[in-house]
Design a protein around this ligand. Structure first.
Ligand SMILES: Cc1cc2nc3c(=O)[nH]c(=O)nc-3n(C[C@H](O)[C@H](O)[C@H](O)COP(=O)(O)OP(=O)(O)OC[C@H]3O[C@@H](n4cnc5c(N)ncnc54)[C@H](O)[C@@H]3O)c2cc1C
Length: 477
């Protein structure tokens, strides 16, 4: 098969999946007023492969087989760059909101391929390859449920007063395992074909039941998805992005879910859990920064435009702020390109440079709120005091708005920009992006820890010791 059409993707979502939204069971995710918007947003991934403008980037040809380029296993720095460009192009088409139904799943698959190729589980590797081939050939959409609900953060999984705070194996049968617990913040689960479940941290011998990785269909009995309503509704005038684009996160509960052996990649393996958790984020933070680029472009582009619309683009303080913003955006872009360029290879699979990827993600997250401040500063208070879509639609009221909201540019253009900036920085969508910046793909502290662990200090240390004339000392002693 290789490539699915958008229609096929939508059709395949009709099954018995158990999704709850605003207190009610959802009968059809595709037809639902709010979830349906998220489904259409996710379908952009299939449109990318159909659109002549993006087809070359989105479709990979290997021999006679054509398949989604997300499923292309990266073999070189150049492949990593192309993957980054594809993720950026998808997010640009999604009006700054990542699509994620193949990006995150392939991040997880590539990570597990590398870890299981280290000779520690031939059976797991074989099952993973079969799973990967099925996903690629059927062009499946994937969610990744890694983040556990975690309970008391100071305690390990096996130390929690409720043992279900991390997903665990509750029984092993001849034909598979039974799992219980819950993952949280899981993006896109209501509208994917498979959910990949990974451990969220390193495990010790006592945490053996929690050291499990597997895949399930969202329609599997016992899988229950409780969807967040954070992004809902909106008028196209005041919410030009979120009225058309959404991503849904769920509390994903595994209520004694049976998983057959062929979908279990490992279990009872504390030695693999931490390695998979860490290797996954090596890819996923690279994905993250790639999908942040359209958002950053939208921020600086709209800041420049609103400065002109307000008539302040020649003011020195505005130029100073825009220069800072441009430097921030291009630093993040440059770092992610460098992470691909410095990519390394393990078992024939390329991965982005770990330190540089984390530096890129940290740089993005550290200064994102400052970037929002700069754009809000230049735009002005209309971001939260402007007229509603209903006012703009009113033949009686609109002339008043057109007269009094004109700046250096006419009111319709200025308000359109103002509303875009309001969405990006001040309304629900802006809040969603602000939290996404800090927490998604791991917290800021997790990025700094990864930088600390992966920094190669040896050359600089040796140089300093040599300059000090104490090169004979053993720095490890
Ligand atoms: C919009 C969105 C989409 C997401 N999508 C997905 C997804 O698709 N799949 C998925 O698996 N996850 C997803 N995530 C989860 C994301 O990776 C987590 O939010 C992130 O790992 C932080 O975890 P948390 O939210 O539970 O916060 P916490 O872990 O509770 O972190 C809160 C604070 O506590 C600190 N902290 C936590 N534990 C400790 C400790 N032991 N000691 C000291 N400090 C600690 C953290 O550094 C942070 O400052 C998503 C998150 C968001 C916001």
């Amino acid at each position: 098969m290789g490539l699915r059409s958008k229609q096929q993707f939508l059709h395949d979502l009709i099954d018995d999946r158990e999704v709850y939204y605003r207190g009610e069971r959802v009968t059809s995710v595709t037809d639902h007023a709010d979830l349906g918007i998220a489904v259409q947003h996710a379908a952009i991934d299939f449109e990318l492969a159909e659109d002549p403008a993006t087809r070359e980037l989105a479709v990979y040809k290997e021999g006679d087989e054509e398949y989604s380029a997300y499923y292309r296993v990266p073999r070189s720095a150049s492949d990593l760059r192309l993957r980054s460009k594809l993720i950026e192009a998808g997010t640009a088409k999604g009006a700054t909101l990542v699509i994620l139904i193949k990006e995150i799943g392939t991040d997880a698959i590539f990570a597990m391929m590398r870890v299981l190729s280290r000779g520690k589980s031939a059976e797991g590797l074989e099952r993973l390859h079969a799973f990967y081939t099925e996903c690629r050939e059927k062009d499946l959409a994937l969610a990744v449920a890694q983040t556990d609900v975690k309970g008391d953060r100071s305690k390990r999984p096996s130390e929690q007063s409720d043992p279900d705070m991390y997903v665990r194996v509750v029984s092993t049968r001849a034909d598979g395992i039974v799992v219980r617990g819950a993952k949280v913040h899981t993006s896109c689960t209501p509208y994917v074909d498979r959910i990949l479940v990974l451990p969220s941290r390193s495990m010790l011998a006592g945490d053996v039941a929690y050291s499990v990785a597997f895949a399930v269909s969202p329609a599997t009995p016992g899988v229950k998805m409780y969807a967040s309503d954070f992004l809902h509704g909106g008028h196209p005038f005041t919410e030009p992005i979120s009225s058309k684009h959404k991503m849904i996160e769920t509390l994903t509960v595994f209520d004694d879910v049976f998983v057959p052996w062929d979908q279990v990649f490992f279990h009872d393996r504390p030695d693999l859990a931490g390695a998979v958790a860490l290797t996954f984020v090596e890819y996923h933070r690279f994905t993250a920064v790639s999908y942040k680029l359209p958002l950053l472009d939208a921020l600086i582009g709209s800041a420049i435009a609103i400065a002109k619309a307000n008539g302040i683009d020649r003011a020195s303080h505005v130029r100073d702020k825009l220069t800072w913003l441009g430097g921030y955006v291009e630093t993040v872009r440059g770092l992610i390109e460098l992470a691909a360029q410095r990519g390394e290879i393990e078992s024939g699979i390329a991965y982005p440079h770990v330190f540089t990827t984390n530096l890129a993600k940290w740089t993005f997250a550290r200064d994102f709120h400052r970037a929002i401040e700069v754009v809000q500063d230049i735009a002005g208070g209309l971001l939260v005091t402007g007229p509603s879509g209903a006012d703009w639609d009113s033949a009686e009221i609109r002339p008043v708005l057109e007269k009094y909201f004109a700046g250096a540019w006419p009111a319709n253009k200025r308000l359109a920009l103002m509303n875009l900036i309001s969405e990006l920085t001040s309304r629900l969508y802006g809040g969603y992006q602000a939290v996404l910046a800090i927490h998604a793909e791991g917290s800021v502290e997790a990025e700094k820890m990864a930088m600390f662990r992966s920094y190669n200090a040896k050359p600089a240390l040796e140089y300093a010791l040599q300059l000090a004339g104490v090169a004979d000392i053993d720095p490890a002693a």
